[in-house]
Design a protein around this ligand. Structure first.
Ligand code: PLP
Length: 426
Protein backbone atom coordinates (compact mmCIF):
# COMPACT_ATOMS: atom_id res chain seq x y z
CA UNK A 1 0.00 0.00 0.00
CA UNK A 2 1.24 3.51 -0.77
CA UNK A 3 1.38 6.12 1.99
CA UNK A 4 -1.48 8.01 0.26
CA UNK A 5 -3.62 4.85 0.35
CA UNK A 6 -2.87 4.34 4.05
CA UNK A 7 -3.65 7.96 4.87
CA UNK A 8 -6.83 7.93 2.78
CA UNK A 9 -8.11 4.84 4.64
CA UNK A 10 -7.28 6.51 7.97
CA UNK A 11 -8.81 9.85 6.93
CA UNK A 12 -12.13 8.21 6.09
CA UNK A 13 -12.53 7.13 9.72
CA UNK A 14 -12.78 10.70 11.00
CA UNK A 15 -13.40 12.95 7.96
CA UNK A 16 -16.48 12.38 5.76
CA UNK A 17 -15.12 10.80 2.57
CA UNK A 18 -11.61 11.44 3.86
CA UNK A 19 -11.51 15.01 2.49
CA UNK A 20 -12.55 18.52 3.47
CA UNK A 21 -13.89 19.44 0.02
CA UNK A 22 -15.60 16.77 -2.11
CA UNK A 23 -13.72 17.03 -5.43
CA UNK A 24 -10.46 16.16 -3.67
CA UNK A 25 -11.74 12.60 -3.11
CA UNK A 26 -11.16 11.53 -6.77
CA UNK A 27 -14.73 10.18 -6.96
CA UNK A 28 -15.15 11.25 -10.60
CA UNK A 29 -11.94 9.58 -11.80
CA UNK A 30 -11.63 6.75 -9.27
CA UNK A 31 -8.49 5.76 -7.40
CA UNK A 32 -6.81 7.28 -4.38
CA UNK A 33 -6.27 11.00 -3.89
CA UNK A 34 -2.63 11.94 -3.46
CA UNK A 35 -1.84 13.34 -0.01
CA UNK A 36 0.46 16.29 -0.53
CA UNK A 37 3.43 17.27 1.60
CA UNK A 38 4.76 20.34 -0.19
CA UNK A 39 4.52 22.48 -3.30
CA UNK A 40 6.88 24.86 -5.01
CA UNK A 41 6.48 26.80 -8.27
CA UNK A 42 4.78 24.55 -10.81
CA UNK A 43 5.38 21.40 -8.76
CA UNK A 44 3.83 19.43 -5.88
CA UNK A 45 5.11 16.37 -4.04
CA UNK A 46 3.02 13.64 -2.43
CA UNK A 47 3.68 11.67 0.77
CA UNK A 48 5.24 8.89 -1.31
CA UNK A 49 7.83 11.35 -2.64
CA UNK A 50 6.45 11.52 -6.19
CA UNK A 51 6.73 14.87 -7.97
CA UNK A 52 3.91 16.30 -10.10
CA UNK A 53 3.53 19.26 -12.45
CA UNK A 54 0.43 20.84 -10.91
CA UNK A 55 -2.30 22.30 -13.14
CA UNK A 56 -4.78 22.80 -10.29
CA UNK A 57 -2.72 25.37 -8.41
CA UNK A 58 -4.94 25.04 -5.32
CA UNK A 59 -7.99 25.44 -7.63
CA UNK A 60 -6.83 28.80 -8.90
CA UNK A 61 -5.19 30.98 -6.23
CA UNK A 62 -1.55 30.33 -7.10
CA UNK A 63 -1.22 32.41 -10.27
CA UNK A 64 2.35 33.21 -9.20
CA UNK A 65 3.12 29.54 -8.58
CA UNK A 66 3.30 27.68 -5.27
CA UNK A 67 5.28 28.88 -2.28
CA UNK A 68 6.02 32.29 -3.72
CA UNK A 69 8.92 33.65 -1.62
CA UNK A 70 7.53 37.20 -1.29
CA UNK A 71 4.12 35.97 -0.12
CA UNK A 72 5.76 33.54 2.30
CA UNK A 73 7.96 36.29 3.76
CA UNK A 74 4.98 38.67 4.08
CA UNK A 75 3.02 36.04 6.02
CA UNK A 76 5.92 35.34 8.36
CA UNK A 77 6.50 39.04 8.93
CA UNK A 78 2.82 39.79 9.64
CA UNK A 79 2.54 36.85 12.04
CA UNK A 80 5.10 38.47 14.38
CA UNK A 81 2.61 41.27 15.08
CA UNK A 82 -0.30 39.02 16.03
CA UNK A 83 -2.68 36.75 14.13
CA UNK A 84 -6.00 38.56 14.47
CA UNK A 85 -7.20 41.76 16.13
CA UNK A 86 -10.93 42.03 15.39
CA UNK A 87 -10.31 45.74 14.80
CA UNK A 88 -9.48 47.70 11.62
CA UNK A 89 -5.94 47.79 10.22
CA UNK A 90 -4.12 49.85 7.59
CA UNK A 91 -3.54 46.69 5.53
CA UNK A 92 -7.31 46.44 4.92
CA UNK A 93 -7.38 50.01 3.65
CA UNK A 94 -4.46 49.34 1.32
CA UNK A 95 -6.16 46.15 0.13
CA UNK A 96 -9.42 47.97 -0.68
CA UNK A 97 -7.50 50.75 -2.47
CA UNK A 98 -5.49 48.18 -4.45
CA UNK A 99 -8.57 46.20 -5.50
CA UNK A 100 -10.39 49.40 -6.54
CA UNK A 101 -7.40 50.44 -8.63
CA UNK A 102 -7.01 47.06 -10.33
CA UNK A 103 -10.77 46.50 -10.83
CA UNK A 104 -12.17 50.05 -11.22
CA UNK A 105 -15.85 48.97 -11.17
CA UNK A 106 -15.26 48.02 -7.51
CA UNK A 107 -15.57 51.51 -6.09
CA UNK A 108 -15.89 50.09 -2.56
CA UNK A 109 -14.86 46.70 -1.23
CA UNK A 110 -15.82 44.45 1.71
CA UNK A 111 -13.41 41.65 2.66
CA UNK A 112 -14.68 38.17 3.59
CA UNK A 113 -13.06 34.75 4.12
CA UNK A 114 -14.04 32.71 1.05
CA UNK A 115 -15.62 32.89 -2.39
CA UNK A 116 -18.80 31.38 -1.00
CA UNK A 117 -19.15 34.20 1.52
CA UNK A 118 -18.52 36.76 -1.22
CA UNK A 119 -21.28 35.48 -3.54
CA UNK A 120 -23.74 34.81 -0.71
CA UNK A 121 -23.25 38.35 0.64
CA UNK A 122 -23.40 39.97 -2.82
CA UNK A 123 -26.74 38.28 -3.45
CA UNK A 124 -28.16 39.37 -0.11
CA UNK A 125 -27.01 42.89 -0.94
CA UNK A 126 -28.61 42.80 -4.41
CA UNK A 127 -31.86 41.57 -2.83
CA UNK A 128 -31.75 44.19 -0.10
CA UNK A 129 -30.94 46.95 -2.57
CA UNK A 130 -33.67 46.09 -5.09
CA UNK A 131 -36.27 44.79 -2.63
CA UNK A 132 -36.73 41.75 -4.92
CA UNK A 133 -36.30 38.03 -4.17
CA UNK A 134 -35.53 36.19 -7.40
CA UNK A 135 -32.05 35.67 -8.81
CA UNK A 136 -30.88 34.34 -12.17
CA UNK A 137 -27.94 31.98 -12.49
CA UNK A 138 -26.62 29.72 -15.26
CA UNK A 139 -26.60 25.99 -15.70
CA UNK A 140 -23.10 24.68 -14.93
CA UNK A 141 -21.91 27.81 -13.13
CA UNK A 142 -20.78 27.30 -9.53
CA UNK A 143 -20.78 30.14 -7.06
CA UNK A 144 -19.96 28.37 -3.81
CA UNK A 145 -22.34 26.45 -1.59
CA UNK A 146 -24.83 28.99 -0.20
CA UNK A 147 -28.41 27.63 -0.24
CA UNK A 148 -29.81 29.86 -2.96
CA UNK A 149 -26.92 28.93 -5.27
CA UNK A 150 -27.22 25.15 -4.95
CA UNK A 151 -30.13 25.06 -7.34
CA UNK A 152 -30.70 23.45 -10.71
CA UNK A 153 -33.18 24.36 -13.41
CA UNK A 154 -36.77 23.21 -13.16
CA UNK A 155 -38.09 20.89 -15.88
CA UNK A 156 -39.05 23.59 -18.38
CA UNK A 157 -37.25 26.74 -19.49
CA UNK A 158 -39.48 29.03 -17.48
CA UNK A 159 -40.06 26.95 -14.36
CA UNK A 160 -38.72 27.86 -10.95
CA UNK A 161 -35.56 26.28 -9.56
CA UNK A 162 -35.36 23.04 -7.58
CA UNK A 163 -32.74 22.24 -4.91
CA UNK A 164 -29.66 20.41 -6.19
CA UNK A 165 -28.78 19.30 -2.64
CA UNK A 166 -30.83 17.91 0.23
CA UNK A 167 -30.95 20.55 2.94
CA UNK A 168 -31.88 23.37 0.59
CA UNK A 169 -35.57 24.23 1.20
CA UNK A 170 -37.85 24.26 -1.88
CA UNK A 171 -39.05 27.72 -0.99
CA UNK A 172 -35.46 29.01 -1.11
CA UNK A 173 -34.68 27.25 -4.39
CA UNK A 174 -37.83 28.51 -6.08
CA UNK A 175 -36.39 32.02 -6.06
CA UNK A 176 -33.41 30.90 -8.15
CA UNK A 177 -34.03 30.82 -11.89
CA UNK A 178 -31.50 28.82 -13.88
CA UNK A 179 -30.91 29.41 -17.59
CA UNK A 180 -28.46 28.25 -20.26
CA UNK A 181 -24.96 29.74 -20.31
CA UNK A 182 -24.07 31.67 -23.46
CA UNK A 183 -27.75 31.81 -24.48
CA UNK A 184 -28.89 35.42 -24.19
CA UNK A 185 -32.33 34.57 -25.59
CA UNK A 186 -33.03 32.32 -22.58
CA UNK A 187 -32.15 35.25 -20.31
CA UNK A 188 -34.45 37.64 -22.16
CA UNK A 189 -37.25 35.09 -21.97
CA UNK A 190 -36.92 34.61 -18.19
CA UNK A 191 -36.85 38.39 -17.67
CA UNK A 192 -40.00 38.77 -19.80
CA UNK A 193 -41.75 36.40 -17.40
CA UNK A 194 -40.23 37.48 -14.07
CA UNK A 195 -38.18 40.65 -14.73
CA UNK A 196 -39.81 42.87 -12.14
CA UNK A 197 -39.09 40.30 -9.39
CA UNK A 198 -35.45 39.66 -10.35
CA UNK A 199 -32.88 41.18 -7.98
CA UNK A 200 -29.79 40.12 -9.91
CA UNK A 201 -28.03 37.98 -12.45
CA UNK A 202 -24.95 36.20 -11.11
CA UNK A 203 -22.56 34.80 -13.69
CA UNK A 204 -19.06 33.40 -14.03
CA UNK A 205 -17.89 35.68 -16.87
CA UNK A 206 -15.68 32.79 -17.99
CA UNK A 207 -17.24 29.57 -16.72
CA UNK A 208 -14.65 27.51 -14.89
CA UNK A 209 -16.80 24.93 -13.17
CA UNK A 210 -18.03 23.07 -16.26
CA UNK A 211 -14.47 22.77 -17.52
CA UNK A 212 -13.46 26.10 -19.12
CA UNK A 213 -16.10 27.87 -21.22
CA UNK A 214 -15.49 31.47 -22.29
CA UNK A 215 -18.46 33.75 -23.04
CA UNK A 216 -19.56 33.86 -26.69
CA UNK A 217 -19.49 37.26 -28.34
CA UNK A 218 -22.31 39.46 -27.11
CA UNK A 219 -23.29 37.28 -24.12
CA UNK A 220 -21.89 39.46 -21.32
CA UNK A 221 -22.95 42.64 -23.15
CA UNK A 222 -26.45 41.14 -23.43
CA UNK A 223 -26.57 40.50 -19.68
CA UNK A 224 -25.57 44.11 -19.06
CA UNK A 225 -28.35 45.37 -21.32
CA UNK A 226 -31.03 43.13 -19.73
CA UNK A 227 -30.03 44.22 -16.21
CA UNK A 228 -30.17 47.87 -17.29
CA UNK A 229 -33.60 47.39 -18.85
CA UNK A 230 -35.09 45.78 -15.72
CA UNK A 231 -33.04 47.66 -13.07
CA UNK A 232 -31.55 44.39 -11.85
CA UNK A 233 -28.04 44.11 -10.43
CA UNK A 234 -25.38 42.44 -12.61
CA UNK A 235 -22.97 40.40 -10.46
CA UNK A 236 -19.79 39.01 -11.98
CA UNK A 237 -18.50 36.12 -9.91
CA UNK A 238 -14.80 36.61 -10.60
CA UNK A 239 -13.68 34.34 -7.76
CA UNK A 240 -11.91 32.23 -10.37
CA UNK A 241 -11.30 34.74 -13.17
CA UNK A 242 -10.19 37.70 -11.02
CA UNK A 243 -6.50 38.59 -11.56
CA UNK A 244 -6.30 35.47 -13.73
CA UNK A 245 -7.88 35.97 -17.16
CA UNK A 246 -6.32 39.43 -17.11
CA UNK A 247 -4.96 41.76 -14.44
CA UNK A 248 -8.38 43.43 -14.09
CA UNK A 249 -10.34 40.17 -14.41
CA UNK A 250 -12.86 39.12 -17.05
CA UNK A 251 -14.53 42.54 -16.94
CA UNK A 252 -11.33 44.07 -18.24
CA UNK A 253 -10.73 41.29 -20.77
CA UNK A 254 -14.24 41.51 -22.28
CA UNK A 255 -14.95 45.20 -21.58
CA UNK A 256 -18.26 44.75 -19.71
CA UNK A 257 -18.80 46.50 -16.39
CA UNK A 258 -20.84 44.70 -13.71
CA UNK A 259 -22.55 46.43 -10.78
CA UNK A 260 -21.01 44.09 -8.21
CA UNK A 261 -17.99 41.79 -8.39
CA UNK A 262 -17.03 38.84 -6.19
CA UNK A 263 -13.38 37.91 -5.78
CA UNK A 264 -11.54 35.10 -3.99
CA UNK A 265 -8.68 32.68 -4.64
CA UNK A 266 -5.83 34.88 -6.10
CA UNK A 267 -6.71 37.80 -3.84
CA UNK A 268 -5.59 35.81 -0.78
CA UNK A 269 -2.31 34.60 -2.29
CA UNK A 270 -3.18 31.14 -0.89
CA UNK A 271 -4.81 32.27 2.37
CA UNK A 272 -8.60 32.00 2.95
CA UNK A 273 -9.80 35.34 1.54
CA UNK A 274 -12.66 36.64 -0.57
CA UNK A 275 -14.24 40.01 -1.18
CA UNK A 276 -17.15 41.64 -2.90
CA UNK A 277 -17.65 45.18 -4.01
CA UNK A 278 -18.85 47.48 -6.73
CA UNK A 279 -21.02 50.53 -7.19
CA UNK A 280 -20.87 52.82 -4.19
CA UNK A 281 -24.62 53.51 -4.24
CA UNK A 282 -25.29 49.76 -3.97
CA UNK A 283 -22.59 48.58 -1.56
CA UNK A 284 -23.29 51.32 0.99
CA UNK A 285 -26.52 49.41 1.68
CA UNK A 286 -24.51 46.96 3.81
CA UNK A 287 -23.96 47.39 7.53
CA UNK A 288 -22.82 49.63 9.14
CA UNK A 289 -23.70 52.24 6.48
CA UNK A 290 -26.91 50.46 5.46
CA UNK A 291 -29.47 47.93 6.67
CA UNK A 292 -28.27 44.76 4.86
CA UNK A 293 -26.41 42.67 7.42
CA UNK A 294 -22.96 41.27 6.71
CA UNK A 295 -20.06 40.61 9.11
CA UNK A 296 -17.08 38.36 9.94
CA UNK A 297 -14.86 37.69 12.97
CA UNK A 298 -11.79 37.05 10.82
CA UNK A 299 -12.68 39.25 7.83
CA UNK A 300 -9.71 41.37 6.76
CA UNK A 301 -7.40 39.19 8.86
CA UNK A 302 -3.94 40.84 9.05
CA UNK A 303 -1.94 37.76 8.02
CA UNK A 304 -4.30 37.05 5.11
CA UNK A 305 -4.13 40.71 4.01
CA UNK A 306 -0.32 40.57 4.06
CA UNK A 307 -0.37 37.50 1.80
CA UNK A 308 -2.90 39.06 -0.57
CA UNK A 309 -1.05 42.36 -0.79
CA UNK A 310 2.24 40.60 -1.51
CA UNK A 311 0.45 38.76 -4.34
CA UNK A 312 -1.22 41.93 -5.70
CA UNK A 313 2.10 43.76 -5.74
CA UNK A 314 3.72 41.09 -7.89
CA UNK A 315 0.77 41.05 -10.29
CA UNK A 316 1.76 44.59 -11.33
CA UNK A 317 4.85 43.23 -13.08
CA UNK A 318 4.70 44.54 -16.64
CA UNK A 319 4.88 41.41 -18.82
CA UNK A 320 3.59 38.90 -16.26
CA UNK A 321 0.25 38.12 -17.87
CA UNK A 322 1.56 38.06 -21.45
CA UNK A 323 4.05 35.35 -20.62
CA UNK A 324 1.57 33.23 -18.61
CA UNK A 325 -0.99 33.51 -21.42
CA UNK A 326 1.60 32.56 -24.04
CA UNK A 327 2.54 29.45 -22.09
CA UNK A 328 -1.14 28.52 -21.59
CA UNK A 329 -1.78 28.85 -25.32
CA UNK A 330 1.31 26.76 -26.08
CA UNK A 331 0.05 24.04 -23.73
CA UNK A 332 -3.40 23.97 -25.28
CA UNK A 333 -2.14 24.10 -28.89
CA UNK A 334 0.35 21.34 -28.10
CA UNK A 335 -2.39 19.15 -26.58
CA UNK A 336 -4.60 19.67 -29.63
CA UNK A 337 -1.78 18.81 -32.05
CA UNK A 338 -0.94 15.64 -30.12
CA UNK A 339 -4.57 14.55 -29.92
CA UNK A 340 -4.86 15.07 -33.71
CA UNK A 341 -1.68 13.07 -34.24
CA UNK A 342 -3.14 10.16 -32.25
CA UNK A 343 -6.61 10.47 -33.87
CA UNK A 344 -8.30 11.36 -30.60
CA UNK A 345 -11.42 13.57 -30.80
CA UNK A 346 -10.52 16.52 -28.63
CA UNK A 347 -11.26 20.21 -28.51
CA UNK A 348 -9.87 22.92 -26.24
CA UNK A 349 -10.89 26.24 -24.74
CA UNK A 350 -8.61 28.88 -23.33
CA UNK A 351 -9.11 32.22 -21.55
CA UNK A 352 -5.92 33.85 -20.33
CA UNK A 353 -4.37 31.35 -17.92
CA UNK A 354 -7.46 29.12 -17.65
CA UNK A 355 -7.85 26.21 -20.04
CA UNK A 356 -10.09 23.26 -20.75
CA UNK A 357 -9.61 20.06 -22.74
CA UNK A 358 -12.74 18.21 -23.87
CA UNK A 359 -12.84 14.68 -25.25
CA UNK A 360 -15.64 15.23 -27.76
CA UNK A 361 -16.50 15.52 -31.46
CA UNK A 362 -18.13 18.90 -30.85
CA UNK A 363 -16.04 21.58 -32.55
CA UNK A 364 -16.39 24.25 -29.83
CA UNK A 365 -17.89 23.64 -26.39
CA UNK A 366 -20.00 26.62 -25.32
CA UNK A 367 -22.51 25.27 -22.79
CA UNK A 368 -23.14 22.86 -19.95
CA UNK A 369 -24.93 20.16 -21.96
CA UNK A 370 -21.99 19.87 -24.36
CA UNK A 371 -19.54 19.87 -21.46
CA UNK A 372 -21.24 17.01 -19.59
CA UNK A 373 -21.69 14.95 -22.74
CA UNK A 374 -17.95 14.56 -23.28
CA UNK A 375 -16.30 11.15 -23.18
CA UNK A 376 -15.62 10.84 -19.44
CA UNK A 377 -14.26 7.31 -19.77
CA UNK A 378 -11.54 8.54 -22.11
CA UNK A 379 -10.84 11.54 -19.87
CA UNK A 380 -10.48 9.28 -16.81
CA UNK A 381 -7.97 7.07 -18.65
CA UNK A 382 -6.08 10.15 -19.78
CA UNK A 383 -6.22 11.54 -16.26
CA UNK A 384 -4.64 8.48 -14.63
CA UNK A 385 -2.10 8.15 -17.44
CA UNK A 386 -0.99 11.74 -16.87
CA UNK A 387 -0.94 11.30 -13.10
CA UNK A 388 1.29 8.30 -13.55
CA UNK A 389 3.59 10.40 -15.75
CA UNK A 390 3.78 13.07 -13.01
CA UNK A 391 1.18 15.57 -14.31
CA UNK A 392 -1.53 16.55 -11.83
CA UNK A 393 -4.70 17.65 -13.65
CA UNK A 394 -8.02 18.39 -11.95
CA UNK A 395 -9.59 15.03 -11.01
CA UNK A 396 -12.84 15.51 -12.97
CA UNK A 397 -13.58 16.23 -16.62
CA UNK A 398 -15.72 19.27 -15.74
CA UNK A 399 -12.98 21.30 -14.02
CA UNK A 400 -10.84 24.00 -15.62
CA UNK A 401 -7.03 23.86 -15.58
CA UNK A 402 -4.77 26.66 -14.35
CA UNK A 403 -1.34 27.79 -15.49
CA UNK A 404 0.93 29.93 -13.30
CA UNK A 405 3.95 32.14 -13.78
CA UNK A 406 6.07 29.13 -12.78
CA UNK A 407 4.84 27.01 -15.72
CA UNK A 408 7.59 28.05 -18.11
CA UNK A 409 8.36 26.63 -21.56
CA UNK A 410 10.30 23.68 -20.11
CA UNK A 411 7.39 22.70 -17.85
CA UNK A 412 4.98 22.87 -20.79
CA UNK A 413 7.37 20.78 -22.87
CA UNK A 414 7.54 18.09 -20.16
CA UNK A 415 3.74 18.08 -19.92
CA UNK A 416 3.37 17.63 -23.68
CA UNK A 417 5.93 14.81 -23.72
CA UNK A 418 3.81 13.04 -21.08
CA UNK A 419 0.61 13.71 -23.05
CA UNK A 420 2.17 12.26 -26.20
CA UNK A 421 2.85 9.00 -24.35
CA UNK A 422 -0.61 8.89 -22.74
CA UNK A 423 -2.61 9.73 -25.90
CA UNK A 424 -0.87 6.77 -27.55
CA UNK A 425 -2.48 4.44 -24.95
CA UNK A 426 -6.08 5.68 -25.36
N1 PLP B 1 -17.29 31.17 -7.28
C1 PLP B 1 -16.56 30.50 -8.18
C2 PLP B 1 -16.59 30.92 -9.62
C3 PLP B 1 -15.76 29.43 -7.78
O1 PLP B 1 -15.05 28.76 -8.68
C4 PLP B 1 -15.76 29.07 -6.40
C5 PLP B 1 -14.94 27.93 -5.95
O2 PLP B 1 -14.36 27.20 -6.68
C6 PLP B 1 -16.53 29.80 -5.51
C7 PLP B 1 -17.29 30.85 -5.98
C8 PLP B 1 -16.54 29.46 -4.06
O3 PLP B 1 -15.34 29.84 -3.49
P1 PLP B 1 -14.84 29.14 -2.12
O4 PLP B 1 -14.54 27.73 -2.45
O5 PLP B 1 -13.63 29.96 -1.73
O6 PLP B 1 -15.94 29.28 -1.14
Amino acid sequence: MTKSETLFARAQLTIPGGVNSPVRAFKAVGGTPRFITKADGAYMWDVDGKQYIDYIQSWGPMVLGHNNPKIREAVIEASYSGLSFGAPTEAEVIMAETVSKMVPSMEMVRMVNSGTEATMSAIRLARGYTGRNKIVKFEGCYHGHADSLLVKAGSGALTLGVPSSPGVPDNVAEHTLTVEYNNIESVKEIFKAHGDDIACIIVEPVAGNMNCIPPVEGFLEGLRAVCDEYSSVLIFDEVMTGFRVSRGGAQERYGVKPDLTCLGKVIGGGMPVGCFGGRKDIITHIAPTGPVYQAGTLSGNPVAMAAGLAAMEQLQQEDLYDSIFENTQALVDGMQALADKHNISLTTNVAGSMFGIFFTDVEKVTNYKQAINCNTEQFNKFYHGMLNEGVYLAPASYEAGFVSKAHDASVIEKTLAAADKVFATL
